[in-house]
Design a protein around this ligand. Structure first.
Ligand code: UD1
Length: 370
């Protein structure tokens, strides 16, 4: 198959490209080499057996050229900082939505017919995860209000009876409540691809990736996910800065499991025209992440619990992966500890510049963090 991977120089994209090349597919990568992620240079890990087009996703001529002769499109190119998307609104909407619009527009108007589109969506479109109330049963509370957060009452409450509720796995039928511009663009990307796919009978699958971690995560980008941010702090002998009380949790999924699910979505037809969670089904606290990184690095550090909050953060969200299991036969293989060991091993020889405090300050100045 001839496969186009947009965002194929990125963290997830580059691993996907390696796997597709290994399976003897002809792979074309389309990537802008976003300076915030790549610091102005081509990453050393780019697969030499893939073809590369370095251009902006909104560049019509280049994207048209990239799509020539392609059978399958993986659409991963996106701006990915949640907090940053709240003050670089136009940039996020333009790259993520205009880019997707152009891609789809070209797909439906070109000569060769695309056989499949797989779009990278995100758990962030759910907003808060699903919860169980001892009195009211399954509930879907929305974000905690500022009054509650200012009182440092971190746990979620039942929207009906105000009791503290327990987090449970989030399944695909949970109502969507994006709480950032980034999440809104992810939701729209997913919907746009599925709508166009359905209308033109191009099998399309949206994969809702949970919190992905692993080698090649940008260690100098403070707008990236928490595992890379903490790693960069610890490597620089600084304590991880933990928001709230550290007991907030996510579903951390190792990048090779994400690649596995993505390839299964390409190969199998059972998930066509559908959206699926891709996570592990396990929930892990942010404090666990901080402590695991410190202990694997054997550093004499303690996470610094800030007892402050970041606007728009959800308290808990982890995946119910039954749909991916059933439709794709997906089984995550890498345990949390094994994944963390691999991440740490890789990071030993990587340069990591820590800009966390600058990023926190930026949020604070804008009233997006305490
Ligand atoms: C992350 C990604 C998002 C992706 C989603 C699902 C980023 C910025 N966010 O969102 O693109 O779609 O996973 O894969 O890449 N935290 C700290 N200290 C820090 C940074 C974060 O305590 O220095 C805490 C946050 O308050 C939050 C948790 O860690 O409670 C997770 O934050 P983050 O890694 O930004 O993830 P998500 O918001 O879940």
């Amino acid at each position: 198959m001839k496969i186009l991977v947009t965002g194929g120089c990125g963290f997830i994209g580059s691993h996907l490209v390696d796997r597709l090349v290994k399976e003897s597919h002809k792979v074309k990568v389309y990537d802008s080499l976003e300076p915030q992620v790549h610091l102005g240079k081509k990453p050393s890990f780019l697969n030499k057996r893939a073809e590369y087009i370095f251009a902006d996703i909104r560049n019509k001529n280049k994207l048209k050229e990239a799509l020539k002769g392609i059978d399958i499109v993986f659409h991963l190119a996106s701006q990915v900082g949640v907090g940053q998307s709240m003050y670089e609104i136009e940039k996020y909407v333009s790259h993520n939505l205009q880019g997707t619009a152009l891609l789809l527009n070209l797909i439906v108007n070109m000569e060769n017919k695309i056989k499949k589109i797989i779009v990278a969506s995100s758990m962030s479109i759910y907003g808060e995860g699903a919860y169980l109330c001892t009195r009211c049963g399954l509930v879907h509370p929305q974000l905690r209000g500022e009054r509650q957060l200012k009182k440092k009452a971190w746990e979620m409450k039942c929207p009906q009876c105000d009791r503290i509720v327990k987090n449970i796995p989030t399944s695909e039928d949970k109502p969507l409540f994006p709480t950032s511009i980034y999440a809104t663009t992810k939701r729209s990307q997913e919907e746009m691809c599925l709508e166009v796919g359905l209308a033109y009978k191009i099998p399309t699958v949206a994969l809702r990736y949970f919190n992905v971690y692993g080698p090649r995560q940008s260690l100098s980008n403070p707008y990236t996910g928490v595992a890379a941010i903490f790693l960069s702090r610890v490597k620089n002998n600084k304590p991880p800065l933990v928001f709230e009380d550290g007991k907030q949790s996510r579903d951390f999924v190792y990048v090779s499991d994400i690649v596995e699910a993505s390839v299964l979505a390409m190969e199998k037809k059972e998930a066509n025209y559908d959206f699926l969670n891709v996570g592990t089904g396990r929930c892990c606290t942010i404090l666990d992440i901080a402590q695991t990184i410190i202990s694997l690095y054997k550093k004499d550090l303690k996470p610094k619990i800030l007892h402050r909050f970041r606007a728009g953060d959800v308290r808990h969200c982890y995946a119910n992966i039954s749909k991916a299991k059933k439709k794709l036969g997906f089984r995550p293989k890498v345990s949390f500890r094994e994944g963390m060991i691999r991440l740490i091993e890789w990071s030993q020889n990587q340069k990591a510049s820590d800009f966390t405090q600058k990023a926190h300050l930026e949020l604070k100045i804008r009233g997006l963090a305490q």
